[in-house]
Design a protein around this ligand. Structure first.
Ligand code: AHG
Ligand code: MN
Ligand code: MN
Ligand code: MN
Length: 336
């Protein structure tokens, strides 16, 4: 049926967002213009990633970013493409990127009402071996656009007006929420358009998969260790969960969203705040999970309620099927 509709009634991401926008009479198309520029960035990265091996784009770029990570050429290239596309949209005022130490304050002549936080290339360690990688973004709205400060960025994730990711895998899939549920779009390279392929995604209430880097088990806190133990040796006689861990957050979260289950990057002795960055990894993925009927927990509270203190702050995260995250919350409450 979807294929039939696709042939004649092309529900592109732009049309879909315009439909959404018609629910906001005050909207003047600014968000649609912004989204189109994000989509342009994703199309570029999709094409660069698919040619990475050929164009010698793989391998280290030599510099390191604020995270102290070796920047790979695609990280740097993707970051530049997104920054330029977002500024040229004329709809942004502040940009936060994993790859830029400081916030980018857009020149007043090009300023708009949106703050965009993004991870231009997520899963960099997987670039050289051809495993799925992605882009993650979150969008806040700021009213006054003259006296901007970092305060305008350090907002809880629940203030986001939209969030999404693009996964560069066997196909290029963009998953987006503008606050009314979650929809998935797949790039049709022959049209150069993202077509609606996964309308109104809802995550299963409970899943059979747990996703965590077991290599960190030595450093886990008691609650995490106990939960993972229950996944492997269930007390209630149910069958053990399967472990699936790709090492690209976008790919692990996409599988969790479609199949159900739980994705975890907990705090551990080595990294007390976990590894994932709050603004442009934890918040957008938590926003999507809640919009799809799942939930996201930090070990202490609902992830979207956290207020960041700095733009590259990290946070532990347990996200996915509502029932699975509920189990984690119970264990944390008991060991408190
Ligand atoms: P990035 O490549 O944007 O720095 O993100 C990498 C993150 C995330 O994609 C993934 O879930 C996590 O790193 C994997 O970390 P470990 O290798 O420590 O498991
Ligand atoms: Mn990185
Ligand atoms: Mn990342
Ligand atoms: Mn990244």
């Amino acid at each position: 049926h979807a294929a039939e509709a696709h042939r004649t009634d092309l529900m592109t991401i732009t049309r879909h967002v315009l439909n959404e926008q018609s629910k906001h009479p005050e909207a003047r198309g600014a968000f649609t213009i912004l989204l189109n520029h994000i989509v342009l960035g994703c199309k570029f990265v999709c094409s660069a990633v698919s040619k990475a091996g050929l164009a010698k784009l793989i391998g280290l770029a030599g510099e390191t970013n604020v995270q102290g990570e070796e920047q790979k050429k695609l990280d740097v290239l993707s970051n530049e493409v997104f920054v330029k596309a977002l500024i040229s949209s004329g709809q942004t005022s502040i940009l936060i990127s994993e790859e830029d130490e400081d916030a980018t304050f857009v020149d007043p002549s090009k300023r708009g009402r949106y703050v965009v936080v993004f991870d231009p290339l997520d899963g960099s360690s997987n670039i050289d071996c051809g495993v799925s990688i992605g882009t993650i973004f979150g969008i806040y709205m700021v009213e006054h656009k003259n006296d901007l400060s970092l305060e305008d960025v350090l907002q809880p994730g629940e203030n986001m007006v939209a969030a999404g990711y693009c996964m560069y895998g066997s196909s290029c899939t963009l998953v987006l929420s503008t606050g009314n549920g979650v929809n998935g779009f797949t790039l049709d390279p022959s049209l150069g358009e993202f077509i609606l392929t996964h309308p109104d995604i809802k995550i299963p209430k409970k899943g059979k998969i747990y996703s965590i880097n077991e290599g960190n088990a030595k450093n886990w806190d008691k609650a995490t260790a106990k939960y993972v133990e229950n996944c492997k040796f269930p007390k209630d006689g149910s069958s053990p969960k399967s472990l699936r861990y790709i090492g690209s957050m976008v790919a692990d979260v996409h599988r969790t969203l479609l199949y159900g289950g739980i994705f975890m990057y907990p705090a551990d002795k080595k990294s007390p705040n976990g590894k994932l960055r709050l603004l442009y990894e934890v918040f957008p993925m938590s926003y999507l999970m809640e919009q799809a009927g799942g939930q996201a927990f930090t070990g202490k509270q609902r992830a979207l309620e956290l207020v960041p203190n700095n733009i590259h702050e990290r946070s532990p995260v347990f996200l996915g099927s509502h029932g699975d995250v509920e189990e984690v919350k119970k264990i944390y409450a008991a060991v408190e």
